[in-house]
Design a protein around this ligand. Sequence first.
Ligand code: COA
Length: 332
Amino acid sequence: MITRAIITGTGHCVPDRVVTNNDLAKIMDTSDEWIQQRSGIRERRHIEDGLAPSDLGAKAALNALEAAKLTPKDIDLLLVTTLSSEHTFPGTAAFIQRKLGMQGIPAMDLRAQCSGFLYGLATADAFIKSGSYGRVLLVSAEVHSRALDFSDRGRDTAVLFGDGAGAVILEPSPNPERGIMSIKLHSDGDFAEKLWVEYPSMAQTPHVTPEIVREGGVYPKMDGKFVFKHAVTRLPEVVSEVLESLHLKPQDIDHWLFHQANLRINERVAATLGVSVEKCPYNIDRYGNCSSASIPILLDEQVRAGNIKPWKLICSAAFGSGFTWGGAVIRW
Ligand code: COA
C-alpha cells in the first residue's frame, strides 16, 4: 500500500503594516490605477522594524502546529522555502528552528523561488513516502520589502511584492486515497537573469561594492513581459501534466490554488484550462506577491474559512524565478 503524505495543519502570518498603492504613489511615480489594472494588487504588507523573516515563519508554524494539535517537539524534519533568506548563511531554517525550540532535528532551506512551496511539498512527500521522517513542518517565509527599490527606477517590481509566511504540517496519511496525489516540477536555468537579484554575487570580486549598491544592483530586476509570457504557457502545461498523471480533467478539480504573482496571469491560465474563476480564490489584492509563501497563505485562509472540505480535490500551480514551475494535486 502506498504511504501518502497528508497535510494535517495549516497556518500563516502576515505583518500588521498595510501599504496601499496610494502609499507607494507618494514615494514613487506610480498610481493605484496602474498597479490594479496590471496586477490586481490593491495593497500589500511590509514587515515592521525589529521583526525578521523567521519571526513570520515561526508564527505561521505555530498556527499550523496548533491546527494539527501538535507541538514543535513532535516534528521530525523542518523544511523552509525562501528567496529572501534572513542571512546569506545559515539558512532561515536555523533561525526558525531556534525560535520554535526544535533544536536537534534536521532543518534546511530549499531555494526554488516562487515555486518553492511546491518544491517543499514534493521534498516532504518524498521523505514521508520513504519512511525517513514521519512529521514534517514546511514553512515558506518571505520578506521582500527590505530589499526593494522604492525609487522610480524600481517601480516595475517594488509595487508587486509583499511580505508574509505560510506553513503546513505533513504526516503519513492514514488513508491511501487522501493526501498528496501527484506533483510535477520543472526548471529552466536558461532564463535565470530574466528575474533575479544580481548582487551580492560570489561570482564576482568583490561580491558587492558601494557603486553596485548606488546603481541598484542589489535590487530585483525583471523582464516583466517575458516572465508573463512564460508563466501563461508553463502553468497550463504543468497543470495538464499533473492532471493527466492521475487521469483527471480540469473539471474534476474543486479548488485551484495558483501562485499569486499577478491576477491577470491566473485569469489567463484559468481561461486556457476552461476553469471558472469562482474556483480560483485569490489574495493578491491584499498581499501582493509573497513568492513561496503565497500558496500556503492562500491555502490556510481557505481552510480556516471552511471552504476546503475533506475529500475535495485541490490543484495548485506556481511559476517563478529560475525559471521554476510546478503543479500538485492534493485530495484533502
Ligand atoms: N507604475 C506606473 N508605470 C509603471 C510602473 C509602475 N509601477 N512600472 C512600470 N511602469 C511603466 C513602464 O515604465 C512602461 O512605461 P513606458 O511604456 O513609458 O516605457 C509602462 O508602464 C508599461 O510597462 P510594461 O512593462 O509594458 O507593463 P506590462 O503591461 O508588461 O505590465 C507587469 C508590467 C510587471 C505588471 C507585467 O509585465 C507582469 O505582471 N509580468 C509578470 C510579473 C511576474 O509575475 N513576476 C513574478 C513571477 S513569480
